[in-house]
Structure formats: structure tokens, C-alpha cells
Design a protein around this ligand. Structure first.
Ligand code: ATR
Length: 542
């Protein structure tokens, strides 16, 4: 058995705000990997030059010498001077581990490494395998290094090797005299990276491990390197609009500004959203902006979780330092299995959107219900406005359940309509509602105060779709679409044409997130900041 002490689930410290900003020298850096085809192109790239020249020293630039058609030791020296050697990472990747120069010999690559060491580049990367083949010749080159730090690397672009293999590679890298061992692997799903996570907590190593899990399932590894017991000195990123050099590299500015990468340290609380797909979730933008607005230590990540969300919450999340999770499609029901404690309304709903670390386990709740019902009630006239009033809910999925229970708890009489009648019948029975057919809706029943759409009909990219035709929308009623992408759905457009008051999904989305934020951090959420960020993100998407 191996020595590895992954931490238990721990609660967020309630007073972790104003955490000391590490000074520029200690703080982890972001290394922008060059995607260029030549030194000349790299030298002409204003974005890379400006990043390397930042006075806060936040950025490094990686030269991928194997991809440079004009490579020569003289050009390397020139580029190191141009970028300042202390801002440079020099890599001449072997063809076996993804290098672009199929004819590169170990000797040639070592000669470039020697030039970089002599010029005092910040880091030089050489594969563990190359180093082992070159033996004393490589040791000789690195024995003379002054400020340069040696990265011994390993890459597997297909899979994640088993723990014992990873452990042996890390040991080998350290034995070769590396200052940092870098292991880059390719998980297919987030659970595949478990051996890598265990290796990050192994206690029998002296040097930092830069553990990189490529692809969307490994996004955490791009951001959380400085949070592990032996913090990684930097992480890799790509330039704006550039392809990067490995799958899953975030844009460097996003790491610095959105994820506040330089503030991340071993005590930083981690929060996140789990779902599949997850790349377009607005929650990271919204929650990170809220953490930053209150100057709280903490970072919020998207976690692409396919398969068992409860297993993720129980087994993986504690090792990532996760103390709070937002839960989205398709995990809102299955994740309940991870909960040690569940809020009574969420239990009735049968779906949760929030997990909070509490007392060594997960407390599960549903902030959608109050967010939706509260927004609707407010638009209907405020507290008590739903009491005794009839509201039609479209849909019978997880969102419909939250909405139906939420408005019922505020005194509404609930009518339900869903494409699949049997699902509506089941929900009607659970919540105490009445199922209605489409014909009844088109007859414009006088009793209706309003309609709430909880289906995904009309959501981007199917923006021309609507769950009700214009003639089916009750004239003069209050129409609420929980869809927020786009903000003005076809349903809302048609409703306006029928003299209805309308409510889009923005307030509900921000409200459910604000309540999560309060549960995660113990602090009231900066709601205006959150709303602004979501509006900006939606506008950017167009
Ligand atoms: P969620 O948890 O977001 O509610 P869900 O459980 O998949 O997601 O539910 C999606 C809801 O949108 C369901 O009510 C679904 O209707 P069915 O129960 O008939 O599947 C509804 N929905 C999705 N696409 C639809 C479409 N094209 N037309 C009508 N209803 C649709």
C-alpha cells in the first residue's frame, strides 16, 4: 500500500476572507504555451511579449522549440534575452511524447537545454525518459544550473496510467535531480484521474508535482496546482484565441482574472458546479465574481462529471478541497445519494441543486424552488400574491418539480401540463396539483394568474421554439420563462403580444446562485455584481 493522505471533507472557514495575497515572488505563475511555428512568429506576438513584461511577474512563456521551423541555439538565446530569461520555460519535446520534430535526437535536444541553462531560463523541461537515456550527460548539464529549475516530465495522451506506474515515474524524476516533476495524462472522465490525485497527496516525495489531466474532465488540474500539499510553481495556459499546446488549456487571462490563480494556495476553499455538459455554465463567472467582490479566498470551477455524481461528491471532491457544489443537468436527482443530510423541501422535490460540506458530510438542498417561486411571487405583486391563485406549470422534470413545490409552498394552486402525460401525473400526485390537457389551456381558463415554463423548449440554440402557441397563452396573465439563454425567448415575445406581463429566467438564476453563495461562504451574496456578470456573459454570447 502507498503512503497518501487525502484530506477529509472539511467545512469552509467562515472568516477566510482577506487572505494574505502571496507576494509576487511566491505566488504561482501562469505559463502561456507558445503555439507558434517559429521563433520569429513568437517574437512578433505582442500578446506574449506584453504578458512576459507584466510588472507583477504573473506570466511565463513556454518556447516549444520542437515546433519552431527556424530553431537554432542562437535564435533560442536571442528569444530568451528578448523575453527575459527569468520569464521563460524552454521545452524541446521528444517525438515519443508529442514533440513536432520527428528527427530530433536526444543529443540535439540536450544541447538546446544546455543553452537555456547557460542563459538562465526560469525552467527547462526534459522528459524523464530522455533524461534516463542520456544519464550522466544530462546530469552534467543540469549540475551546473544556477537559477534554472529542471522539470522532468512524462506524457500519456491516451489514458491515465495506474498509480504504481505514476508513483514510479515521480520517484524516477526526483532521483534524476529534477526540481519539479510534471505528469500529463488523459482522463476520459473525471474519475479516471483518481490515481493522479492520490499521487498529489503521496507523502514520500520532496519536490512539487505538476499534475495535469488533459481535456475538459481534467480542468481542475489546470487551476488547482497551487492548492496541493507540494504546490506546483506554475500552470500552463493558452493565448487568447490560440489553440494551445495540449487539450483543455484555459486562456491565461481567465486564470488570472476569473479564477484569481495567483491567490490560490493550500487553504483556498474550492467550490464548483457539476454537470454534463458544463462548458457553457454561467455559474463559474457568477460565483467567482462574487468571491472577488467580497475579497474572499476561494475559487469556483466547472467540473465535467459524467457517470456517478454521488461518487464524485464522496470520493473525488474532498481531494480537490471542494466545500460546496452547485448541481446541474443531469445530476440533480442522482447526486442525492451523496447527502448525509437533506433539506425537507428538497427531499419532497426529489431533486437538489446544492451540496454544502457540513459536519464531515454533504448537506443537500434545493435553492431553485425558492428562487423561482420568490421571483414569480415578487413579479405577481409581492408576499402573499400567489395565495389561492392558480398557476400553470409547463414541464414535469426536475425544474418543474422545484417550481411546483416552491409555488405550492407559497399558497398557489398548481396546474400541470407536460408533453409526456404520465410524468405530469406523477408530479401532480406528489405535489397535490391538477393535470391539464392542451385543449383546456387553449380555452383560456379565466382562473389562471400566470404560466411558468420549466421545459427547455426555446433554449439556445432552438430559439424559435415555444412551449405554447400565441393563441394558447392566457391573455393578460403573468408569463415566466425559467430559460435565461436567451433572455427574451419566443414564448416571452408571444406573451408580450398577448398583453401579458413577462419575467425572464435571469432573476431566478441569480437568486438560486446567491443563496448557494450564502450557504457556501456564510456571507450575503453581492447580488447586483452577480446579475451584472451574468448579463455581460449572456451579451457576449450574443
Ligand atoms: P430538468 O431537470 O431541467 O427539468 P428534465 O428532467 O430532462 O430536465 O425535464 C425536461 C422537461 O422539458 C420535461 O418536462 C420534458 O418533457 P417530457 O417529460 O415529455 O420529456 C420537457 N421537454 C423537453 N423537450 C421538450 C420538447 N421538445 N417539447 C415539449 N417538452 C419538452
Amino acid at each position: 500500500m502507498y503512503a497518501c493522505t487525502a484530506p477529509p471533507l472539511s467545512e469552509s472557514p467562515r472568516t477566510s476572507y482577506n487572505a494574505r495575497m502571496p507576494n509576487a515572488h511566491d505566488a504561482p505563475q501562469v505559463c502561456i504555451a507558445s503555439h507558434h511555428g517559429s521563433f520569429a512568429e513568437l517574437l512578433a506576438d505582442a500578446e506574449f511579449r506584453a504578458a512576459a513584461e507584466r510588472p507583477d511577474g504573473a506570466c511565463l512563456v513556454e518556447f516549444r522549440v520542437d515546433a519552431f521551423a527556424d530553431r537554432s541555439e542562437a535564435k533560442l538565446r536571442e528569444a530568451l534575452v528578448a523575453f527575459t530569461p527569468q520569464r521563460c520555460v524552454v521545452t524541446y519535446r521528444s517525438p515519443e511524447e508529442g514533440g513536432r520534430d520527428a528527427n530530433a535526437s536526444d543529443e540535439t535536444r540536450l544541447a538546446f537545454a544546455k543553452t537555456a541553462v547557460q542563459a538562465q531560463a526560469a525552467f527547462v523541461d526534459l522528459e524523464v525518459a530522455t533524461f534516463a537515456r542520456l544519464g550522466d550527460r544530462a546530469r552534467g548539464v543540469f549540475a551546473d544550473r544556477k537559477s534554472t529549475r529542471l522539470i522532468a516530465s512524462f506524457h500519456d495522451f491516451e489514458a491515465v496510467p495506474v498509480y504504481d506506474r505514476l508513483h514510479a515515474l515521480r520517484k524516477q524524476g526526483e532521483a534524476l535531480g529534477a526540481d519539479v516533476v510534471k505528469i500529463a495524462v488523459q482522463p476520459k472522465a473525471i474519475h479516471d484521474a483518481s490515481p493522479l490525485l492520490d499521487l498529489l497527496y503521496a507523502t514520500d516525495f520532496a519536490k512539487p508535482l505538476m499534475a495535469l489531466a488533459m481535456g475538459e474532465a481534467g480542468f481542475w488540474s489546470r487551476v488547482l496546482g497551487p492548492r496541493f500539499p507540494q504546490p506546483a510553481p506554475f500552470t500552463f495556459a493558452r493565448g487568447e484565441g490560440a489553440p494551445g499546446t495540449a487539450p483543455g488549456q484555459p486562456i491565461w487571462r481567465e486564470l488570472l482574472e476569473l479564477y484569481r490563480f495567483r491567490r490560490i494556495g493550500p487553504a483556498t476553499p474550492v467550490y464548483g458546479v457539476i454537470g454534463s455538459p458544463i462548458a457553457h455554465s454561467l455559474s463559474p463567472a457568477m460565483h467567482n465574481a462574487a468571491l472577488a467582490a467580497l475579497n474572499l479566498d476561494g475559487v469556483f470551477l466547472p467540473f465535467r462529471v459524467d457517470g456517478e455524481p454521488a461518487a464524485f461528491a464522496r470520493e473525488i471532491a474532498p481531494k480537490l478541497g471542494v466545500r460546496g457544489l452547485s448541481v446541474t443537468i443531469p445530476h440533480k436527482e442522482t447526486v442525492i445519494a451523496a447527502a448525509a443530510e437533506i433539506d425537507p423541501l428538497a427531499r419532497q422535490i426529489g431533486a437538489v441543486n446544492t451540496l454544502v460540506a457540513r459536519g464531515g458530510g454533504w448537506f443537500a438542498t434545493n435553492t431553485d424552488a425558492h428562487a423561482a417561486a420568490g421571483s414569480f411571487e415578487e413579479a405577481a405583486g409581492g408576499e402573499g400574491a400567489l395565495n389561492g391563485k392558480t398557476v400553470l406549470v409547463l414541464g414535469a422534470g426536475g425544474a418543474a418539480r422545484a417550481v411546483a413545490f416552491g409555488i405550492k409552498a407559497r399558497g398557489a394552486e398548481v396546474w400541470l401540463h407536460n408533453r409526456t402525460e404520465s410524468r405530469a401525473e406523477k408530479l401532480a400526485q406528489d405535489v397535490g396539483a391538477r393535470c391539464v390537457k392542451r385543449e383546456e389551456i387553449s380555452r383560456q381558463p379565466k382562473a389562471l394568474l400566470g404560466v411558468i415554463n420549466t421545459t427547455s423548449v426555446g433554449m439556445h440554440p432552438n430559439v424559435d421554439a415555444t412551449p405554447l402557441a400565441a393563441s394558447e397563452i392566457p391573455q393578460g396573465s403573468l408569463v415566466f420563462d425559467t430559460v435565461y439563454n436567451p433572455l427574451r425567448t419566443r414564448l416571452l415575445e408571444l406573451a408580450e403580444g398577448r398583453g401579458c406581463r413577462t419575467l425572464n429566467g435571469l432573476k431566478m438564476f441569480v437568486r438560486q446562485g446567491a443563496e448557494q453563495f450564502r450557504l457556501f461562504t456564510g456571507r450575503p451574496a453581492p447580488v447586483e455584481v452577480m446579475e451584472q456578470v451574468v448579463l455581460q456573459a449572456l451579451a457576449k454570447r450574443g
